[in-house]
Design a protein around this ligand. Structure first.
Ligand code: ADP
Length: 394
């Protein structure tokens, strides 16, 4: 039996733990709060900060391999663990190359991977970039609107702001600006990469972004784009992972490099060009559909990688649509789930609830996936089910 440690106590860890059981692996999590979706299912939950240097070192002592389910973890502690010979997957240098959006975009540029034009915005620490800085950025990037992103700590669209003019109130702190891409679709591909360098690439999905909730709301697999675009997206995602692996090994020869799961988000432009938006070095919301639609889910792959087992198949067995189940507007308090019976009566529908103790408006409380013989059938079923399920407060 191997003991796996996961930094973070959220739903991504929870779903990984569910998969780990079948391999008799023991799971320990380091979580800032207890109870939480992942910590409740773990064999051992350690409560502590995810950037607490000593806390991470201590946590890692008890496990054979270590990963994370959220990027905001203390990378210095991960480097130290690698120095001590601990299996950190992906390697600490991967996180180092990704967690700052300016560094990540720089890597994509250096490797010739297409991405939206961007630049670093001038600002004092903790301050907003001034009008001059925003105007100059807009000139460089082809005019307003531009997209401002904080260099660190963004998640689910927080830390991203579209600026229509230099007088708009910008985000505080170190940030980058990007040209606003006039995309026709947002695509994503999850890549699993094992220690021996083998890879499994999931099919390209299409993401539907909900502005109101500010989160990626549903995911359709496969995306409704040409065969050529599906293939290009997968190739680009693989290039990103290779680029990350090479960069990580330049930063630290000792680390594991790009071993683990990688969610690569992309924009498909009207003219067919695909730009990489960002890479997440962990299980990804856009890969949840794989739990019902593929022989080996992203979480299964994650655990296989951490246990040193061969990768499974990422082939799409049937079309699927995944929809996030989020808190109702105005719902704050203990969650009550309505309409589950009706939704589950629809053929091909599966529900995953994360067990969060408190619902808030638009908070991700779970997800549902509908599979179908065709994409249309999967979509119909998913839409019907989403219309039934509601999460309100007690
Ligand atoms: P996060 O790290 O918070 O997920 P993203 O970079 O994925 O941030 O941005 C969140 C969303 O904002 C994207 O899914 C997309 O809809 C929109 N977005 C981000 N960058 C751009 C851009 N350059 N042009 C147009 N829309 C963008």
């Amino acid at each position: 039996m191997r003991r796996i440690g996961i930094l973070g106590g959220g739903q991504l860890g929870r779903m990984a733990i569910e998969e780990a059981r079948k391999y008799l692996a023991e799971l320990e999590v380091l979580t800032p709060e207890y109870p939480s979706p992942g910590s409740e299912l773990a064999d051992v939950a350690h409560v502590g900060g995810l950037d607490d240097y000593e806390g991470i070192l201590e946590f890692a002592e008890g496990v054979d391999a270590l990963s994370w389910e959220i990027e905001s973890v203390g990378v210095e502690a991960l480097f130290e663990l690698e120095r001590r010979g601990k299996a950190v997957l992906p390697g600490a240098a991967v996180l180092e190359a990704i967690r700052d959006k300016a560094v990540q975009k720089g890597l994509l540029d250096a490797r010739g991977i297409p991405t939206a034009r961007w630049l670093i915005l001038d600002s004092q620490p903790e301050a907003r970039p001034g009008e001059d800085s925003l105007s100059a950025a807009a000139v460089e990037l082809g005019g307003f609107p531009i997209v401002q992103k904080t260099r660190r700590g963004g998640y689910d669209g927080r830390g991203v702001l579209v600026l229509g003019s230099a007088r708009d109130e910008a985000l505080r702190g170190p940030s980058i600006a990007e040209e606003r891409v006039d995309f026709s679709k947002e695509l994503a591909v999850v890549v699993a990469r094992a220690t021996d360098g083998s890879t499994a690439v999931y099919p390209c999905v299409e993401m539907v972004f909900d502005d109101r909730a500010n989160l990626c709301d549903s995911v359709l697999a496969p995306a409704r784009v040409s065969e050529a675009s599906l293939k290009l997206a997968q190739e680009l995602a693989l290039s990103c992972v290779r680029a990350l692996d090479e960069r990580a090994k330049e930063i630290s020869a000792r680390g594991a490099g790009a071993v683990g799961l990688f969610g690569v988000e992309m924009f498909l432009k009207q003219d067919g060009e695909i730009l990489v938006n960002e890479i997440a070095p962990r299980p990804h919301n856009s890969g949840h559909f794989s739990m019902e639609a593929c022989p080996s889910s992203q979480f299964d792959q994650f655990i296989r990688i951490l246990l040193g087992l061969p990768l499974g198949s990422a082939e799409l067995l049937r079309p699927a649509m995944m929809v996030n189940i989020v808190g109702e507007p105005g719902a704050t308090g203990r969650p009550v789930y309505l309409g589950l019976e009706a939704a589950l009566a629809i053929p091909g529908v599966a529900v995953h609830l994360y067990g969060k103790r408190e619902v808030r408006p638009f908070r991700k409380m779970g997800h549902l996936t509908a599979i179908g013989a065709t994409r249309e059938e999967a979509m119909e079923r998913a839409h019907a089910a989403r219309g039934m399920v509601r999460v309100v407060a007690e």
